[in-house]
Design a protein around this ligand. Structure first.
Ligand code: HEM
Length: 454
């Protein structure tokens, strides 16, 4: 039986490369060792998997053979708290998922359609023709407003504005390569005095917590059965013994949804804006589809084939979530001739999967057409992971991406500030971009031109 190939560089070098150059780290090891390799992810060894058959097995056997322990996500405790969905395991994790999933799916999701459009228009309304702006900052404002509404039912008001601003500041602190090191190295997060990042983190965290706790108290004091936001639903939830969630549990869950629910989506939408403007043929074909479709209600937008191909290709080429959360082997298993033993930690390398030339010919080319030519299975294309920890916000994220991109293209004329390609860069545990995509607002969009297939 062959042994799983192992990265040879010293552990510290591997750790450094994973934090500062995650894509090169994965690509290099993939080139040297193939579909499975053992390397130092954070502070432990992980087996990176990128073959669709391996991923299918590992992500569909959560239970006896494999588990998805929350303790492996403990680097997030500082930001999200011990009671976050991402840190729970087993039955407790399953129950909490059932509680938070429904508001992000099906009929409930539709409620957000017009709201997303309105928020998008408001976000661009302050710009004058010729004005430069950073796409990532604008999309972050949009996704923040949407998630605040979904989580708290908060749209306007001082508390909402402050919370949005403080959260953005908190997350900006852990963006960029150095900021990302804050997540992985607990020592850096200590309060070493007024000018240390640890001190700023603590002060911001305190202000954010104060706001969230006062929102929880206000909602507890005035329960309203007509409210359908997540805070109201979580407050009403009871376990088998009739106990509700404590304030601290509520705070951790709300924080999880606020953070996971807007950072990732903001990056994905900013990338989509970049690609449709960086590749004028793609932009023109998409505008043509939107023009032909006319004025559609938001749900109908999700059925436009090229629009969804553009969103999918955006999430394929630089997946915002580079990896699935780790899985632990509980009982010996053999996959494609390789043995995995209890205690082994496996991660799905979404980025490597999405770059496989056997699935995606010329994988570094942005080509939405591939999603029209072929139907990809759930273990061939998986920007939202799969199995026990599949993203709870996947449907909301796709909905948001589709509506924001369509609204901006249909109604406004935007352009990139330069032709230079935008490079990916780690932002905390996600994959974002360097510089945030510099764009220029030009006013209302002119009529689209007819174009050939791209
Ligand atoms: C484009 C946007 C997004 C991307 C690419 C993304 C990606 C992911 C990925 C890859 C995972 C790990 C899945 C796994 O281990 O199998 C995940 C988990 C998660 N996502 Fe998302 N996500 C996005 C948007 C959202 C939104 C909008 C929300 C909330 C409203 C959200 C909430 C979560 C939560 C709570 C988890 C943890 C689930 C668990 O531990 O059970 N995400 N996401």
């Amino acid at each position: 039986m062959p042994a799983i190939p192992k990265a040879q560089a010293p552990a510290l070098v591997q750790f450094y490369n994973w934090v500062f150059h995650p894509l090169a780290f994965m690509e290099t090891h993939y080139r040297q060792m193939g579909d499975r390799f053992l390397a130092r992810g954070t502070l432990m060894d992980w087996i990176f998997l990128s073959h669709p058959d391996d991923l299918k097995y590992v992500l569909t056997h959560d239970g006896q053979e494999l588990s998805a322990p929350g303790e492996y996500n403990k680097i997030l405790t500082n930001l999200l708290g011990h009671n976050s969905l991402m840190l729970l395991s087993g039955a407790q994790h399953r129950q909490r998922r059932q509680l938070v999933m429904p508001p992000f799916h099906g009929e409930r999701l539709k409620v957000y359609g017009e709201l997303i459009r309105t928020i998008t228009r408001e976000a661009i309304a302050g710009l004058a023709p010729g004005q430069a702006f950073k796409a990532r900052e604008m999309t972050q404002r949009i996704s923040m407003q949407i998630i605040l509404q979904a989580v708290f039912g908060l749209r306007q008001g001082e508390r909402c504005q402050r919370l949005g601003k403080l959260l953005a500041q908190r997350l900006d602190l852990s963006s960029g390569p150095l900021g990302s090191a804050l997540i992985f190295l607990p020592l850096l997060r200590r309060d070493w005095g007024a000018w240390s990042p640890g001190h700023q983190l603590k002060a911001l965290a305190q202000q954010i917590d104060d706001l969230i706790f006062s929102e929880i108290q206000a909602c507890r004091a005035n329960p309203d059965p007509d409210r359908s936001d997540i805070l109201s639903l979580l407050l009403a939830a009871r376990d088998a013994e009739g106990h509700g969630l404590s304030d601290q549990e509520l705070r951790d869950e709300l924080m999880t949804l606020l953070v996971a629910g807007h950072e990732t989506t903001a990056t994905a939408i900013a990338w989509s804006l970049y690609w449709v403007h960086h590749m004028p043929e793609v932009g023109a074909r998409l505008r043509q589809e939107l023009e032909t479709a006319g004025s559609l209600d938001p749900v109908a937008l999700t059925r436009l084939p090229y629009l969804s191909a553009v969103c999918n290709e955006t999430l394929r080429i630089y997946p915002v979530g580079m990896l699935t959360f780790p899985r632990r082997v509980e009982q010996p298993i053999t996959l494609q001739g390789y043995d995995y033993n209890p205690g082994d930690v496996l991660v799905g390398a979404i980025y490597l999967l999405h770059r496989r030339p056997d699935l995606y010919p010329e994988p570094d080319q942005f080509r939405p057409q591939r999603f029209l030519d072929r139907q990809y299975g759930p273990f061939e294309f998986m920007p939202f992971g799969a199995g026990a920890r599949r993203c709870v916000g996947a449907a909301l994220a796709m909905y948001e991406m589709t509506i924001v991109l369509a609204t901006l293209l249909q109604e406004y004329d935007l352009s990139l500030a330069s032709d230079r390609p935008v490079q990916p860069q780690r932002r905390g545990i996600t994959l974002s971009m360097k510089g945030g995509v510099d764009m220029v607002y030009r006013g209302k969009h002119p009529l689209p031109e007819l174009v050939a297939e791209v």
